[in-house]
Design a protein around this ligand. Structure first.
Ligand SMILES: O=C(CO)[C@H](O)[C@H](O)COP(=O)(O)O
Ligand SMILES: [Co+2]
Length: 213
């Protein structure tokens, strides 16, 4: 079954604990934590202490999406804070293979994200090493943006070049709602990130269910 990862970017900062409990009880599988540095993307969000506080509170998998330059500087602290999955951007890294090994050496699962204009073929020679590929379906930096439709074709293409039997997660992030989810799952997505669709909906259970069907 597809794994649903609510993006805490859209949660109520002053009621974070309540929002996390709510999505946990509503059937979420992972918590998606968006880390932004104001350099790689034009926005600043959370650091490793935020992950630590959440990890102390929840049993859900902490899926940390690093939208930062030089992520290798911060991988040790995010891993120590309890990040279960650490995803770095292909566009933010010079030695991707080395950075992926570094994440795994620190005990976390390794993910690589690509921006909307990056070809999935760029990842062909790292697919044997990663646990997750994240296809961004908006330009990273902000929640609440419109889904970029050609992301569905990118998922299909990615699935076609994925090594057999490795069980690499194919994740999509940005503008995902119920109608789009169906097409993404059909194309091969195994994990869906959703911020606005889940947290802007009073009935989180219904919102999460609508992504799975
Ligand atoms: O990485 C992200 C933005 O850079 C967020 O995870 C993403 O935008 C989720 O929010 P929404 O579902 O509202 O688009
Ligand atoms: Co994200």
């Amino acid at each position: 079954m597809v794994k649903i990862a609510p993006s805490l970017l859209a949660a109520d900062l002053l009621n974070l604990q309540k929002d996390i409990e709510d999505v946990e009880e509503s059937g979420a599988h992972w918590l998606h934590i968006d880390v932004m540095d104001g350099h790689f993307v034009p926005n600043i969000t959370f650091g490793a202490d935020y992950v630590k506080a959440i990890k102390n509170f929840t049993s859900l998998t902490c899926d940390v999406h690093l939208m930062i330059k030089q992520p290798e500087k911060y991988i040790p602290s995010f891993a120590q804070s309890g990040a279960d999955i650490i995803t770095v951007h292909y566009e933010a890294v010079t030695h991707l293979h080395r950075v992926v090994q570094m994440i795994k050496d620190h005990g976390a699962k390794a993910g690589v994200a690509i921006n909307p204009a990056t070809n999935v073929e760029s990842l062909r020679y790292i697919l044997e090493e990663v646990d997750l590929v994240l296809v961004m379906s908006v330009n990273p930096g902000f929640g609440g943006q419109k889904f970029i439709t050609n992301s569905i074709e990118k998922i299909r293409h990615l699935k076609s070049i994925m090594p057999d039997k490795r069980g690499v997660e194919i994740q999509v992030d940005g503008g995902v709602n119920g109608d789009i989810a169906k097409k993404l799952i059909h194309a091969g997505a195994t994990s869906l990130v959703a911020g606005s669709h889940i947290f802007n909906n009073k009935d989180r259970k219904k919102a999460i269910k609508s992504l799975q069907n």
